[in-house]
Design a protein around this ligand. Structure first.
Ligand SMILES: [Zn+2]
Length: 438
């Protein structure tokens, strides 16, 4: 079996194995479980009694804890988040020695598994104090650096600073750049920024000016360039598949270097036959504007674009409230057209060398798709730049090697495919695609 040694899509805290989280929780006395229990109950209709569970560290309770924490079956994004909240409840960001232990243990686990390079993402809460965020960036980077020294550079861990999709994104970006100019180790170990967490309600168009600013800063200081990583097309319950595909395209157009998941781009459209979706007037208006501006390219890809009809629909929608929702059901013709739209955007990603990070287990669970419908099939058929990664291996109870084994079992042309995927992970490292190592 081919050996995979670069994982480019990992969330640092999502790497914490159940056992480690359980031990940390059991050693603490005053964990506030209220938020976790309440959100868990909202999503799963069961209210766990965490105090009772953690106070008696029996095997039975540990098994129950694992059930609450890990994801082994299809879940919605909100249900996934409800499980991730367990990490948020137990871990204290202000406890720097705890953060130190997490980095050391996670790196150690990955090094033992045979990884040579891992890019860890960390999103800080929007309300975090400036000084704490700066301390955390410094601590994590110092720990990554010291672990690399310990392994004599055989393991490189790099950090991707998460930026909130809200207005706080700019504030956190400024804090990040400040930390990079204050601490050389931060400038060295942080090689990218990442946008994750809930997508719905945060269209890529809102990030245009921040992306431009990052790209301009990269040009000014290439030795501190940051790749832009963007989770998109992973969860799209508030819009049509056409719109979700457009979001993938727009993220790449405005400058993202790597796209997380992009399930909407590679899911077989016929899976959605007969399903009902709703989207806002604003979303539909954005889609019409996109169809009109991409008319030639879409038509060349075989998509039928009737400009007159779109303009009439646009005029009618402009009379309505932007937030108003419309409901529709997918039919076969629409889904055939969607397939062509996917091809059109895939062509764009191929031409512009924009890489997709595909996380098999995570997509099967959060994307709620069958193995046969996994977007990776289409991405590989279309010869896209794609890497495989493990996302939150602690929560999904997986390893990069297990993800590769899934590919070997389910994707045709496996030996060559696996070789290409392993090579891509080396080629699309953040410091390369940002231009830092040009
Ligand atoms: Zn992710």
């Amino acid at each position: 079996m081919f050996s995979f040694d670069h994982d480019l899509h990992l969330h640092l805290y999502g790497c914490i194995p159940a056992k480690m989280l359980w031990q940390i929780a059991s050693a603490k006395k005053n964990i506030d479980w209220h938020f976790f229990e309440t959100e868990f109950e909202k999503q799963f209709a069961i209210r766990p009694n965490m105090n009772e569970l953690v106070q008696e560290p029996s095997e039975k309770n540990f098994i129950r804890f694992c059930e609450l924490y890990t994801v082994g079956e299809p879940v919605t994004f909100a249900q996934f988040q409800a499980k991730f909240n367990l990490i948020i409840a137990i871990m204290e960001l202000s406890n720097l020695s705890e953060v130190t232990d997490v980095v050391q243990q996670v790196c150690h686990t990955h090094f033992q598994q045979g990884l040579q390079h891992a890019e860890y993402r960390m999103l800080f809460p929007p309300w975090i104090e400036e000084s704490l965020m700066s301390q955390l960036l410094h601590t994590i980077c110092e720990q990554l650096h010291s672990f690399e020294q310990k392994t004599n550079h055989r393991f490189q861990g790099r950090l991707s600073c998460g930026l909130p999709r809200t207005d706080h994104g700019t504030i956190h970006y400024e804090l990040l750049r400040h930390a990079m100019s204050t601490f050389p180790v931060v400038a060295q170990m942080i090689t990218s920024v990442d946008f994750c967490f809930i997508e719905e309600g945060f269209p890529p168009k809102n990030q245009r000016s921040l992306f431009q600013r990052i790209l301009n800063d990269n040009q000014k200081k290439p030795q501190q360039a940051l790749a832009i990583l963007y989770h998109v097309g992973e969860s799209f319950e508030d819009k049509s598949l056409e719109s979700a595909i457009r979001w993938v395209h727009e993220s790449a157009e405005i400058g993202a270097h790597r796209l997380g998941h992009a399930i909407a781009l590679g899911s077989p459209p016929q899976h959605y036959l007969g399903k009902t979706y709703s989207e806002s007037v604003e979303e539909r208006l954005d889609q019409i504007a996109y169809d009109l501006s991409h008319k030639d390219g879409l038509q060349a890809a075989g998509v039928q674009i009737h400009a007159e009809m779109l303009l009439t629909e646009q005029r009618q929608l402009q009379e309505k409230k932007r937030a108003e929702k419309t409901q529709k059901t997918y039919d076969s013709f629409q889904l055939d057209q969607i397939l062509l739209r996917q091809n059109y955007v895939m062509q764009y990603l191929r031409d512009h060398n924009v890489c997709i990070e595909s996380c098999p287990t995570s997509n099967l669970c959060i994307g709620r798709i069958e193995s046969i419908e996994h977007p990776l099939h289409r991405f590989i058929e279309a010869n896209l730049p794609v890497v495989i990664a493990s996302d939150d291996p602690g929560i999904f109870d997986t390893t990069l090697q297990q993800e590769a084994e899934w590919v070997a079992q389910h994707i045709t042309g496996s030996e060559d495919t696996l070789h290409a995927l392993a090579q891509n992970a080396k080629k699309f490292r953040s410091e390369i695609i940002s231009g830092r190592c040009a």
